[in-house]
Design a protein around this ligand. Structure first.
Ligand code: DGL
Length: 290
């Protein structure tokens, strides 16, 4: 990690070549935008590259071996091209598998996104906690270990949704799906029996907070929805420190990079611009299982 960017450091041009850090935020698609928005609020001065590996979307269906190989290959290319000071893997499905590989391979710091099971267990009053994730994340040993370590006293309902990430992508592309489709994905999250009912849903896929207003409106009863994005943004600022006064990136250069670019239409470009990403680029990296 760049010691010169640690919290509290005073900018000294002799030892600090760039007081404006470049932060690469990475996901399989648009879900990482929920994390990007929080990081942008905390460090509006930084230089940003948001990378969506849409050529391999959805990650939730890939085997762990294929996913690890894919993320390392894409990261190799992105790091080579954009030279970030820090990478945020804004994807639970990837983080629960590839973080150790990435940290072994590259010397820059990686901040991951993993299911917020500990905060969920701390929040519940009934002890009925749902973890809503992709099928991949639900199947991970990593996720099961988090449940054992932090939520052993809770009744944890792991729900792997096959469709929600795609539904969130459609929403961002200006093609929202009907309520009935969302309700079908939500139904298994809500458990009620003689012992109590679900009062916390951890959103363990970064795509899902994109749908939060609709999820709240369609839920059969109110629950606490846990979105890990603010905690991730705090971790990023811990690692790179506060802004250096008088130095900031040109916000017109913040860039979204797609590995396929197949779904980029005017609605999505508008949504990216609204999120603070005016530049859109395609770096083609087709997925091969070779
Ligand atoms: N946004 C990703 C996550 O946090 C996953 C979506 C996908 O299946 O690609 O898990």
């Amino acid at each position: 990690m760049r010691a010169d960017l640690l919290a509290g450091a005073t900018y000294n041009p002799a030892v600090m070549p760039s007081p404006v850090p470049t932060i690469l935020v990475f996901d399989s698609g648009l879900g990482g935008l929920t994390v990007f928005s929080e990081i942008l609020k905390a460090r509006p001065d930084a230089r940003y590259v948001y990378a969506a590996d849409d050529a391999a979307f959805p990650y939730g269906r890939l085997s762990e071996a294929v996913l690890a190989e894919r993320v390392i290959a894409v990261m190799e290319r992105l790091i080579g091209t954009h030279d970030p000071d820090l990478v945020v893997v804004a994807c639970n499905t990837a983080s629960t598998v590839v973080l150790p590989h990435l940290r072994a391979r590259f010397s820059i710091p990686f901040v991951g996104t993993v299911p917020a099971i500990k905060p969920a267990a701390q929040t519940t009053r009934t002890g009925y906690v749902t973890v809503l994730a992709t099928p991949g994340t639900v199947a991970r040993d990593y996720t099961r270990d988090l449940v054992e370590t932090y939520a052993a006293g809770c009744r944890v309902n792991l729900v792997g949704s096959r469709r929600l990430a795609g539904i969130a992508e459609a929403e961002m592309a200006g093609e929202p799906v009907p309520d009935a489709e969302l309700i079908a994905e939500l139904r298994p999250c809500f458990v009620a029996d003689e012992g109590g009912r679900t009062d916390v849903v951890a959103l363990a896929c970064t795509h899902y907070p994109l749908l939060l207003p609709r999820l709240q409106a369609l839920a059969p009863w109110p629950v606490a929805w846990i979105d890990p994005a603010p905690a991730i943004a705090r971790r990023v600022t811990q690692l790179i420190g506060p802004p250096v006064p008088g130095h900031e990136a040109d916000e017109n250069e913040a860039m979204a990079v797609f590995t396929s670019g197949a779904g980029i239409g005017p609605a999505l470009r508008g949504a990216l611009l609204d999120k603070g990403l005016p530049v859109v680029a395609v770096e083609e990296m087709p997925l091969s299982y070779g």
